[in-house]
Design a binder for this molecule. Structure first.
Ligand SMILES: [Cu+2]
Ligand SMILES: [Zn+2]
Length: 188
C-alpha cells in the first residue's frame, strides 16, 4: 500500500512544490530501496581532504536502547576544537569535501549543538584534539538512527578546520573541511 500511495501523492507535488518532493523522495530512498532495518552497527573511515592528508581515523555508530552510541578516534588534526557533523551525501568524490553537501537535516530543523532540542540530526558538536592532534569522542545520541528516514547509513562524516559555535546558521561557522568519509554498514 505504501509505495503506490506515495507515488500518487508525489506526482502533483513534484510539479508544484519541489521542496516537498525532495523530502518524499528522500524517505522512499532510505526506507524503501535499501531496507537497512536490521543494521546494528555502522562505521566511517575518515581520510583527509586535499591539503589535509594527515587527518585519519574511524567513527563508529552502535545501536543502543533509544539511540546510538557514537565513538570516534581521529589523528592528524590541529590542536583544539573541530566541528563534527553528519552531512547529507555520502559522496566523497570532491577532494575538498564539498560533494558531501550540507548537514544531514531530514526534519528541516535549525543548526544547533548536539544537546539542543532543535538541531540537525547531523549536529554531533565538536571533536577536541589534544596537543598531539588526536581527538576521541564518545557520546550517546538519541536523534541519529541506523534505519528509517533518520538513517545515517550512506551519508558522510565531515570534520572541520574550526570550532562549531552551535549558533551560526546553517553551519556553525566551522570553516573548511579537513576530513571526511562515508558511513557504511559495519562487519559485525
Ligand atoms: Cu559539517
Ligand atoms: Zn547543523
Amino acid at each position: 500500500m505504501k509505495a503506490p500511495l506515495l507515488s500518487l501523492c508525489a506526482l502533483p507535488l513534484l510539479a508544484l512544490t519541489p521542496s516537498c518532493a525532495v523530502v518524499i523522495g528522500n524517505d522512499g530512498y532510505v526506507d524503501g530501496a535499501y531496507g537497512h532495518g536490521d543494521v546494528e552497527r555502522a562505521v566511517c573511515v575518515i581520510t583527509g581532504t586535499a591539503g589535509n592528508e594527515s587527518v585519519s581515523g574511524t567513527v563508529t555508530f552502535t545501536e543502543r536502547a533509544g539511540g546510538i552510541l557514537v565513538e570516534a578516534d581521529i589523528t592528524g588534526l590541529t590542536p583544539g576544537l573541530h566541528g563534527f557533523h553528519i552531512h547529507e551525501f555520502g559522496d566523497v568524490s570532491g577532494l575538498d569535501g564539498k560533494s558531501a553537501g550540507g548537514h544531514f537535516n531530514p526534519d528541516e530543523e535549525k543548526h544547533g549543538g548536539p544537546e539542543d532540542r532543535n538541531r540537525h540530526i547531523g549536529d554531533l558538536g565538536n571533536l577536541e584534539a589534544d596537543s598531539t592532534g588526536r581527538a576521541t569522542y564518545s557520546r550517546f545520541d538519541d536523534e541519529v538512527r541506523l534505519s528509517g528516514r533518520r538513517s545515517v547509513i550512506g551519508r558522510a562524516i565531515v570534520i572541520h578546520a574550526d570550532a562549531d559555535d552551535f549558533t551560526t546558521q546553517p553551519t556553525g561557522n566551522a570553516g573548511g573541511r579537513v576530513g571526511f568519509g562515508v558511513i557504511g554498514v559495519a562487519k559485525d
